[in-house]
Write a protein that binds this ligand. Structure first.
Ligand SMILES: Nc1ncnc2c1ncn2[C@@H]1O[C@H](COP(=O)(O)OP(=O)(O)O)[C@@H](O)[C@H]1O
Ligand SMILES: [Mg+2]
Length: 377
């Protein structure tokens, strides 16, 4: 029997059919594109930033006037690697033998890249062997200008953009800003999962990108909408799932996209045709057991005090008053300054995050499965 397709994706993007909601954010980004405004996407990790970019791009799939380019620069360490990524993405996006593609490929080749083939995907990879970083700066500018002069509208998404802050070439930010500013037909979506660095890049008045983009904040998917989506995915595959079960899942994952997708993927794979509350409860325990090794690895990264604080925050679920006497004594956390230091460390290691997109901000454990596991301990 042919294996059934699991509609709950835990990596990448396939099709709008498997993508839940984000209607308003999609419309907003498209509006920016139509009005030639650059966008920055802010959100915590694994909530669906990258997915949303692909969803927006997918909506232009049949539009011949707009060309969408996506580059993830997380793996790049310097301006040279950034240039190589950029050139590779552009090169692979255009068919070599047709109209505009022909021109673009010929243009890129004038910059004399070395072309090799990726061992895994077999796709061409471009790299430049230039003598100094000034030449890479020039190459980036030429790539952008060349694309921009083709009389097509280009949307360029640069994911994990905060990575440029790690480059030894400290002027990267300023020069990209300058190049981008001069383009007429090319518009950008910047996105990144390190919120602190992204805010520093775009919301610090002293930095080049300040006020250059329109910000979109990506929040949790609405619970009711997610519940309908989950029910639909099961129903379309001739399976039943009780609404109590769906409520349990969305509570368990706090509606966080990745954890919800993971849970539903696992549940779907388990094959039940008529899913009831006790099924999802036992699946939840299975998932926690399966991830236990990862949780112990987290523990090795922390001091005992930090681990205890993380456990306390997990138990609270939403910690509004980190310095209150009640919280500190309830969990035997020592002094207020110890808690302060611990919170700094946990934020730095991205094991917790500070949710400021609500009226009263709070601290919360990032990994929802770790949070539930700690609550069980
Ligand atoms: N709206 C959505 N509906 C269904 N699945 C989604 C949605 N957004 C993201 N996902 C899935 O959740 C996971 C995490 O999303 P991703 O876009 O990688 O997060 P981020 O870029 O914010 O870290 C991915 O595997 C993706 O397939
Ligand atoms: Mg991402």
């Amino acid at each position: 029997m042919e294996k059934e397709f699991n509609p709950f994706l835990v990596t990448g993007y396939k099709h709008a059919d498997y993508f839940c909601d984000r209607k308003q954010e999609t419309a907003q980004i498209k509006k920016h594109i139509a009005n030639h405004i650059n966008t920055t996407l802010f959100a915590i990790r694994r909530i669906g930033k990258t997915g949303l970019i692909h969803h927006v791009f997918n909506s232009y799939a049949k539009n011949k006037k707009i060309v969408c380019l996506y580059v993830d620069i997380l793996g790049t360490k310097n301006l040279k690697e950034f240039t190589n990524e950029l050139a590779t993405v552009i090169y692979n996006r255009f068919p070599e033998h047709q109209g505009i593609g022909k021109k673009i490929i010929a243009g890129i080749k004038l910059l004399r890249p070395l072309i090799s083939f990726d061992e895994l995907s077999g796709n061409p990879q471009l790299s430049f062997d230039l003598s100094d970083s000034k030449r890479y700066e020039k190459t980036i500018q030429q790539l952008f200008l060349f694309l921009d002069s083709q009389n097509i509208q280009i949307v360029f998404a640069i994911d994990e953009f905060q990575q440029i802050l790690e480059y030894p070439e400290k002027n990267t930010e300023a020069l990209l800003r300058t190049y981008i500013q001069s383009l007429k037909n090319t518009h950008f979506i910047f996105c990144g999962s390190n919120q602190k660095m992204m805010h520093e890049l775009f919301n610090n008045a002293k930095r080049p990108f300040f006020a250059s983009c329109s910000n979109i904040h990506l929040d949790f998917i609405d619970k009711k909408i997610y519940a309908d989506f989950i029910a639909n995915m099961f129903h379309q595959n001739k399976r039943k799932i009780s609404s109590q079960s769906i409520d349990f899942i969305l509570d368990f994952t706090c509606c966080h996209t990745f954890y919800t997708q993971y849970f539903c993927n696992y549940l779907f794979a388990s094959g039940g045709k008529n899913i009831q509350l006790h099924h999802v409860q036992s699946i939840a325990l299975e998932i926690l057991k399966l991830n236990e090794n990862t949780f112990y690895q987290y523990r090795n990264l922390l001091t005992m005090a930090q681990w205890q604080l993380l456990q306390a925050i997990s138990k609270e679920e939403k910690l509004y008053k980190a310095h209150s006497k009640a919280f500190i004594t309830k969990h035997k956390l020592g002094t207020s300054s110890m808690v302060s230091r611990g919170i700094e460390a946990l934020l730095e290691k991205e094991l917790i995050f500070y949710n400021t997109s609500v009226e009263t901000p709070y601290y919360e454990t990032y990994d929802k499965f770790l949070m539930r596991w700690m609550q069980h301990k």
